[in-house]
Design a protein around this ligand. Structure first.
Ligand SMILES: Nc1ncnc2c1ncn2[C@@H]1O[C@H](COP(=O)(O)OP(=O)(O)OP(=O)(O)O)[C@@H](O)[C@H]1O
Ligand SMILES: [Mg+2]
Length: 302
């Protein structure tokens, strides 16, 4: 099977990238954006802080940085709240009067899911604007992805799809459920905990949202230093009693073999337990994150 058959997000409007902290979500999200060649792509980062936590003036509006075909933005809940309220209210002054009001501030602060709702509103608004072919979203760590994506469904249920927020929540919920519009990609390391968490996330998504992951990207996978035919020969080389550069080189290669075979086991484990396409991304040794994300993009578009 080619990578092409494994990549389910190619035609999706919104691609959510999730995973545990530090597994490479941000790099992979950037790589996905790079891999969508010839398309207008918006890369979205999401801040995780509360709507009203004393953010600076500049985060009150949505700022888009243009870098050729890929644009990027770091969405703060405050900027999204302003943009969402702007849709329902007649003027910026009224929006300011509401968000600057102590009573409503306290309400928004304590109301569950406001941050998630306004961020999602904005993400799907980008799609609806027609300015971008794809919006790639770098989500916060796994536990949050689930609570994040389930918010519209919960809100739509609570409000029975009535009123502007109820209707909007209903639409969002449908868009998230629709696998043509939305892909959910999880980045995972070939290690026990991340593998288990990815499986749990898939199952929890099915239980709560009614849909699971579309792809799993196994990232930072150690590659074997030799062709499989040479593996046995390398393993059998003994360095015992020798203390020279050549034996150090052999030991280093034998360690690399161990890492590669351990990672291979986790790849098999995940394949066995999870019926979701998986793409393996090797551990690369690049000088900077831009060249790393381009290297990963090449794997994704091969
Ligand atoms: N395939 C890879 N090969 C080598 N290094 C990688 C690879 N993927 C990611 N990294 C490195 O791993 C580190 C973490 O990556 P990244 O910041 O994308 O993770 P993250 O999941 O977004 O982290 P956080 O949860 O903190 O936001 C970075 O230093 C990045 O350069
Ligand atoms: Mg990150």
């Amino acid at each position: 099977m080619t990578v092409d058959n494994l990549i389910m997000w190619k035609n999706s409007k919104v691609i959510f990238v999730t995973g545990k902290g530090g597994v490479g979500k941000s790099i992979v999200a950037a790589a996905i954006a790079h891999s969508l060649k010839g398309k207008k792509v918006l890369l979205v980062e999401t801040d995780t802080y509360s709507v009203f936590d004393g953010e600076s003036e500049k985060s009150e509006i949505i700022q888009i940085k243009n870098r050729g075909k890929i644009s990027s933005t770091n969405l703060s809940p405050q900027s999204c709240l302003n943009a969402t309220l702007r849709k329902f209210l007649p003027s910026k002054r009224v929006v300011k009067a509401i968000t600057g009001n102590r009573v409503t501030r306290a309400f928004f602060d304590s109301a569950p899911s406001v941050n998630e709702f306004v961020l999602l509103e904005q993400i799907y608004e980008f799609v609806g604007s027609g300015d971008w072919d794809h919006v790639v979203v770098d989500l916060p760590a796994t536990g949050h992805a689930l609570t994040f994506l389930v918010v519209p469904k919960t809100l739509a249920k609570m409000m029975r799809g009535i009123g502007p927020i109820g209707k909007s929540a209903n639409e969002l919920s449908k868009s998230i459920l629709d696998k043509v519009t939305t892909s959910i990609v999880s980045v995972c390391l070939p290690e026990e905990m991340p593998v288990n968490e990815t499986i749990e996330l898939h199952e929890a998504l099915i239980d709560t949202l009614g849909r699971g992951l579309d792809d799993v990207i196994l990232n930072m996978v150690n590659q074997s230093p030799t062709e499989s035919t040479d593996t046995k020969a390398l393993r059998d080389l003994s360095t015992e009693g020798k203390d020279d550069i050549f034996s150090e080189f052999i030991s280093a290669n034998q360690i690399a073999l161990d890492w590669a075979s351990r990672d291979e086991n986790y790849i098999h484990e995940l394949k066995k337990r999870l019926d979701v396409p998986q793409v393996v991304v090797p551990m690369f040794y690049e000088d900077n994150d831009l060249s790393l994300s381009k290297r990963i993009a090449a794997v994704l578009s091969n």
